[in-house]
Design a protein around this ligand. Sequence first.
Ligand code: HEM
Length: 396
Amino acid sequence: MARTVPTSDDDPYAVENLIDPYPMFDRMRAAGPAVWLDRYEVLAFTSDAGVRDILLDYRTFINGAGVGPKNLHHEQAWRPQGILETDPPMHTAMRTAMTDVISPRGVRALREQFQLFADELVDRVLDKGELDGSSDFAEVFPIRAFGDAVGIPREGREENLLPHGAMNFSAFGPENDLHRQYFERGEPTREWVMANCARENLSPDGLGAQIWEHADAGEITPDQATLLVRAMLSAGLDSTVLAIGNTLRCLLENPDQWAIVRENPRYVKFAIDEALRLESPFQSFYRTASVDVDFHGIPIAAGEKVLVFPGAANRDTEKWGQDADRYRVERQAGGHLAFGMGIHQCVGQPISRLEMDVLFTTLATRVATLEPTGTPEPYVHNTLRGSKSLPLRVAA
Ligand code: HEM
């Protein structure tokens, strides 16, 4: 198929671009609706319209061939494909069970237990005064709150959940040194995670057990129930930890915006969405064309992989205005692509939102001073974005 698209020799997976991808995203967006990344031989999309339209058209741009660079129709997946890497009709059955469990009612019931832990955690950080916003705050909350909600044992969570998630998200990028590092660290956690997807190890009142009830009702198979609990445990932790850290960092670096939130905690929800937009935790993933298609004037062949960057689309000035690079809690940031779009849009979104809402509302109502005490260290990962450390001081 003849096509003319600008070519780029940028490497989105080079460490310097992972640490600060935004100048590269600006170049790619300015070049046109798509660029051909020479190094990876793939079309990459960075505009809001391009990424959004690909994600919405799930029949043309499928997930069943994998959400990473490998085509799983021809190559072996590193593990059995879960809900994200399936297409309808199998996806529909799994998604229906999951949305039933993560229903607005089910999620509302979690508020009270999340609040108890948020109070405890904010007490703890106020006692400390100086802390690391990543390891002492962002990591702690989902490991406890989300782990309890799913109903997995408390013992072993810290050592297993984050390395497991980091490995899972590595599979959506290329097999470079970083990928190998995260797989090496994650490999020993697989047994613990899989053991805790089994119904006998899940507490009877958690979300995991509720997934199994759908298997009892014959709506999904036992194998699919295992895969759905696995999806919660592999997709739900790192993403939320990084989102909490990114929100905290945005507030630390923009004291005027923290002042708005402090004065009026009604802005907490907006502060979270704006941080998700500006610093999207899950930066990039792939789709595979199922047919030959002319997409936004670009011919794409059946079987071809395309790389989408929600993290870039969320800073597109065409969509977000000239100040797209600024953190403004008064912006209407809803409609960003940090949770994806279309039939695979994040099914765990209501839980993460509740976790963050409870945590940051508690912080905003009880903490007056929030200030940096050092330079944050970036978390370097092929597809995830956040901070490894976030030195800060708080006072009531
Ligand atoms: C702030 C935190 C989170 C972010 C930024 C996030 C981001 C995303 C994104 C971008 C997608 C779509 C990927 C694609 O289209 O290829 C997705 C899907 C998914 N997420 Fe999340 N996620 C978060 C939290 C969670 C939580 C807490 C859970 C746990 C239940 C979860 C479970 C899933 C699952 C199972 C899918 C696949 C849905 C499907 O294929 O239908 N996520 N997430």
